[in-house]
Design a protein around this ligand. Structure first.
Ligand code: FAD
Ligand code: NAP
Length: 543
């Protein structure tokens, strides 16, 4: 149900709406849709010139999702999921962006989104129980509710390497890719980074460039994606099966429509285990993680998967030294977000690709002509930073957010993020964080996590309005207990073993090391959020 203009409860000029949402990606767009349906006047403030978030900014060669198209999508509208036609198992960035633009048009979202608007400050006014927001261009808004939909992976991490400003070629970060594209034909290109982004971009850039030099710090595990077109018959079957697919996603650990096997990797014979891995390797994609239940909880079980992938790298890469450099040894499989690829390891068999191990010989500086590692200068025309993001906390701390007593979120989180359920922060009343730290967020198929958060926030705001409450705040105690639980759950897994992981904040110099997402599983977490709401919100104080 959409509410007409005249049913809205506050001003029409849009500077004093009931709610402000920051960000117009998957999260912000759905939040706007839900708040409108509740009758709240809502404004979305978005730094970009269009909707899409991740899919607006990440236009690098080879960018596509790793979740499969049919479930990397909204489930809230059956008409939408029945009408939209996905063309590939993993659609490319332009197709996902088209989908999100279609959603914006279909639900008439644009009229409440202010594009080109970067929020720089947000202050809670204790006399009115409203938030006041300022933008970079000097505009201001106030609203009862502030909902941050700023993304977990939207603050680009550009390493501070001395000399970058002297580089005479062009340089890019994958998460801020030029809209007009980049022509690599005939160019000597360098790529720094071999995470999910680098692993997608490297094979495509290698096909375009005269020469590609990959600067690798941490070797990574990757499983073939096995992309391909989605045939009509398969799509028809998926559409008929959507109720079950969505049910499975919500009942799962990671928001995907497949469940993790109940077998242990150690309870089957080595031969049977190999058959299971081989068959998952052929199918491809993130399902590989689901082969056995203990891959993320038992190191010996994980070793079997890690060894299998290592053997595949050795089989694929012809030069044994290159294969050895590409073989991960310092962290167990899937303790860093596991990439999936199309011909990633095969790319190192090309004559125009070279690999530099910057763990062994670190990047010392960038010179006008290229990148210097030790005594070697790698001459380049273009340099691509596939160096990831200041994840989870970066986009929130990029805004000067101040709660009660004028205390800043930066001060509050000086030793790492603290939240209750990843949804609220004590001392920051009426502020809700979609997929905030302490929620399953990046450990799930994110549209599933986003819809659950948005629905919970909408339900909560509806509760407040129904009970004439103007202020809601997580208690310090509930927040501390949740923080302990998040920590304890992470420590029951192997996830904290990847010491360079962005899950831990380890990719950004000086960032506190704390495991940020909630590793207890999506279904369990969603149940816990519902229990809290059903029980009248213990752990939150209302006024
Ligand atoms: P975002 O899409 O990041 O949107 C946040 C928006 O907030 C941005 O548009 C940003 O401009 C805006 N914003 C931030 N700060 C401000 C500010 N101060 N003022 C104004 N606006 C602001 N997840 C999966 O589950 N499966 C995948 O296959 C997958 N693939 C991915 C591929 C890439 C390359 C990347 C980077 C991420 C991928 N993700 C994937 C994670 C992805 O981020 C989420 O799936 C999802 O798109 C997040 O949506 P969001 O709306 O929460 O955040
Ligand atoms: P990432 O996983 O953080 O990888 C960044 C890479 O850059 C790592 O190899 C890192 O090395 C390297 N690096 C960073 N700083 C460096 C420096 N100063 N010198 C040398 N190397 C440096 O970032 P990402 O690949 O952009 O991916 C981030 C997340 O976005 C993913 O994990 C995933 O959640 C999401 N994503 C998803 C998809 C998809 O689903 N299709 C695609 C892309 C991204 P270290 O490992 O040593 O730090």
């Amino acid at each position: 149900m959409t509410v007409s203009q005249d049913q809205r409860s506050t001003d029409r000029s849009g500077t004093e709406p009931d709610a402000i949402v920051i960000g117009a990606g998957f999260s912000g767009m759905y939040m706007l849709h839900r708040l409108r349906a509740l009758g709240l006047s809502t404004v979305v403030l978005e730094a970009a010139e269009g909707v899409g978030g991740t899919w607006y900014w990440n236009r690098y060669p080879g960018a596509r999702c790793d979740s499969e198209s049919y479930y990397y999508s909204y489930s809230f509208s059956d008409e939408l999921q029945q009408d939209w036609v996905w063309t590939e198992r993993y659609p490319e960035q332009p197709e996902i962006l088209r989908y999100l633009n279609h959603v914006a048009d279909r639900f008439d979202l644009r009229r409440d989104i202010r594009f080109g608007t970067t929020v720089t400050r947000a202050r809670f006014d204790e006399t009115t129980d409203r938030w006041r927001l300022d933008s970079a261009s000097g505009e201001t808004w106030t609203a009862r509710y502030l909902i941050t939909a700023v993304g977990c992976l939207s603050a680009a991490n550009i390493p501070r390497i001395p000399g970058l400003d002297t580089f005479e070629g062009q340089w890019f970060h994958t998460g801020r890719w030029p809209h007009e594209g980049v022509d690599f034909a005939g160019k000597r290109v360098g790529v720094v980074g071999t995470g999910s982004t680098g692993i997608q971009a490297i094979p495509v850039i290698a096909e375009q460039a005269a020469h590609l030099t990959v600067f690798q710090r941490t070797a990574n595990y990757s499983v073939p994606a096995r992309n391909g077109p989605l045939e009509d018959a398969a799509l028809r079957e998926i559409k008929a099966d959507y109720p079950e697919i969505r049910r499975t996603q919500r009942a799962s650990t990671n928001g995907h429509p497949f469940l993790i096997s109940e077998r242990s990797a150690l309870e089957v014979s080595p031969q049977r285990r190999r058959e299971i891995y081989e068959s998952a390797w052929k199918v491809g994609g993130l399902r590989f993680r689901a082969c056995f239940q203990d891959l993320l909880t038992d190191k010996a079980a994980n070793d079997t998967a890690s060894d299998f992938i290592r053997s595949k790298i050795r089989e694929t890469v012809r030069d044994p030294d290159t294969a050895a450099t590409l073989t991960p040894t310092d962290h167990p499989f899937a303790t860093k977000r596991p990439p999936i690829d199309t011909h990633y390891f095969e790319t190192y068999n090309r004559d125009n690709v070279s690999l530099v191990d910057v763990r062994r010989t670190p990047i010392e500086e960038i010179t006008p002509r290229g990148v210097r590692t030790g005594q070697d200068v790698h001459e380049l025309d273009c340099l691509v930073f596939a160096t990831g993001f200041d994840a989870l906390t970066g986009p929130l701390l990029g805004i000067d957010i101040r709660g009660t007593g004028g205390r800043s979120l930066g001060e509050k989180w000086a030793e790492g993020p603290k939240t209750y359920l990843g949804l609220q922060v004590a001392g920051f009343p009426n502020m809700f964080t979609i997929t905030g730290p302490g929620s399953p967020s990046v450990l799930t198929n994110m549209p599933t996590a986003i819809e659950q958060h948005v629905d919970w926030i909408a339900r909560t705001i509806d509760h407040m309005r129904g009970h004439r409450l103007v202020r809601m705040e997580a208690s310090e105690q509930a927040e501390a207990e949740w923080g302990e639980h998040v920590n304890e759950v992470a420590n029951r897994t192997l996830l904290p073993m990847a010491s360079s992981s962005w899950y831990l904040g380890a990719n950004v110099p000086g960032k506190p090391r704390i495991f940020m997402p909630y590793a207890g599983g999506f279904a369990y977490y969603a149940g816990r959020c519902d229990e809290v709401a059903d029980a009248g919100y213990p752990g939150f104080a209302f006024a």
